[in-house]
Design a binder for this molecule. Structure first.
Ligand SMILES: Cc1ncc(COP(=O)(O)O)c(C=O)c1O
Ligand SMILES: N[C@@H](CCOP(=O)(O)O)C(=O)O
Length: 461
């Protein structure tokens, strides 16, 4: 199993190498050279299996020889042992043909835990074999950072730096990142928005002297292993609603396009998915791009669903790579144009994208109204991101059952939920003292050289 870059000019890697590499050295993102196919009988056989076994069967073909089967089963078991629901990703019914996939029962209450807990286990296992020490730098709009802190805190051979946009994450998210006491994890509150933070992380990867000097690794969804782990719950949920004998659709609250791209991979593997619907908040660049063909940034607007306040949607590059017939040069050209503000998707590529993806946008007012009405109708308390998904899904209901991804727990965004319903959702008991724990955070400027100096000093390099 080999991995190639979306820009076509980086070394071809194995799964294990791609996981430890993060961003490709030509600035692109790694994707499988060919996507393994799952036969209909093998998909049907997933019905009724524990989540961990589904995870093993779905991901195994992508791994090559990186882990033995026994090792991989052990890592999966450890990754999901701390989840607060036996089903790991339970489905609840919202309406006659509409289901909600609750992805917030992991340790930090967001879907990121599904991949981050596993990647934490896989990276530790890989590092134990080589004896290497790595520096992970990640950008977050709130959830990736908290999930990464939880997965990597206290590890002897990893230093983790998380850049989050100062003042633009919820208080619960911030405290999840600033209250871990372990010395190997570092919360950095940066001037700017998420796109700035993500750009600085990519700059660090593209500075080879720095990258090689600190042994840089990434845990954002630039890392293929992150995307792969998220493919699993598309299978587990679709099968429980009758796949492969019945097709389903998904609506995915979208920002960096990693989660919905995992659904795209599930579809490529053979899971019968009719439509994958991109749901955006007022940062609606992906919805506009799908409608008009113009992918043009116009500045991040802070919203009540802050984790999706993104304009430079990193993983869209992976979808463009396929839509352009896997032409790395064409993708490199589009990404160069994006640096200058935007690009136009060719008519052929746009039609290819539209054959798989639908899209919709949810305003701030609609998000608030959806939290309120969904609770009144179903008793389900939605986080604002999940509400964006539910609102857009309702506009796309068809004959196939619709599964909307509930990407975070409402207690991570108590202000938005209180604004809609008048009551504040409570944190789980294990986090009840989150607001009493001391915070540790460094304010940093949006300045690449200064960030690199800080990281080198902290790791003693
Ligand atoms: C709660 C929540 N919902 C949705 C998203 C969007 O997911 P993606 O960036 O994979 O599109 C994020 C951020 O990634 C998130 O944290
Ligand atoms: N919404 C994300 C943004 C980063 O996305 P990633 O999937 O690329 O890590 C967050 O919560 O940080």
């Amino acid at each position: 199993m080999k991995y190639i870059s979306t820009r076509g000019a980086a070394p071809i890697l194995t799964f294990g190498e791609a996981m430890m590499t993060g961003l490709a050295r030509d600035g692109g993102l790694y994707v499988p050279e060919t996507v393994p196919q799952m036969a209909q009988a093998d998909i049907a056989a997933l019905a009724g299996l524990p989540y961990e076994e589904v995870a093993f069967r779905v991901m195994r073909p992508f791994l090559g020889t990186t882990f033995t089967d026994d090792e991989f089963r052990g890592l999966i078991a450890k990754a999901y042992a701390g989840f607060g629901h036996d089903a790991r990703a339970p489905l609840v019914q919202l309406g006659p043909n509409h289901f909600l996939l609750e992805l917030f029962h992991g340790p930090t209450l967001a879907f990121k835990d599904f991949a981050m807990q596993l990647i934490g286990q896989m990276m530790q296992a890989a590092l134990a074999k080589t004896g290497d020490r790595i520096t992970i730098v990640g950008a977050t709009s709130g959830d990736t950072g908290s999930a990464a802190m939880e997965a990597f805190r206290g590890l002897a051979n990893v230093d983790l730096f998380i850049l989050y946009p100062h003042g633009r994450v919820s208080e619960v998210q911030r405290r999840q990142m600033t209250t871990p006491t372990e010395g190997n994890v570092h919360a950095l509150a940066m001037d700017g928005d998420f796109d700035d933070a993500q750009a600085r992380v990519k700059d660090m990867f593209n500075d080879f002297a720095f990258r090689d000097g600190v042994r840089l690794a990434g845990v954002n969804s630039i890392n293929w292993a992150r995307v792969l782990a998220q493919v699993v719950y598309y299978f587990s949920s679709a099968v429980s609603l009758g796949a492969p004998h019945r097709a389903v659709s998904f609506t995915v609250p979208t920002g960096n396009f990693g989660d919905i791209f995992a659904g795209y991979i599930a579809r490529q593997m053979g899971l019968p998915i009719e439509k994958l619907v991109i749901a955006t908040n007022q940062n609606d660049i992906l919805d506009r791009a799908l409608r008009s063909g113009a992918y043009v940034t116009d500045g991040v607007k802070p919203s009540i669903s802050p984790s999706m306040d993104i304009q430079v949607s990193s993983n869209f590059e992976r979808a463009l790579f396929d839509a352009y017939g896997r032409d790395g040069k064409a993708v490199a050209q589009l990404m160069a144009e994006l640096k200058a503000g935007g690009f136009h998707i060719s008519q052929g590529a746009l039609e290819t994208l539209r054959a798989t993806f639908g899209s919709g946008r949810c305003s701030e007012e609609e998000t608030t109204a959806t939290i309120r009405t969904a609770f009144a109708r179903t008793g389900e308390v939605l986080c604002p991101h999940s509400a964006v998904g539910v609102k857009v899904a309702e506009e796309h209901l068809g004959t196939a059952p619709m599964i909307t991804l509930a990407t975070a727990h409402p207690a991570k965004f108590p202000d938005a939920v209180e604004g809609a319903m008048g009551t504040r959702p409570a944190l789980p008991p294990r986090m009840a003292d989150l607001f009493d724990r001391p915070e540790r955070v460094t304010r940093v400027a949006n300045d690449l050289a200064a960030l690199q100096t800080l990281i080198r000093e902290r790791i003693g390099g």
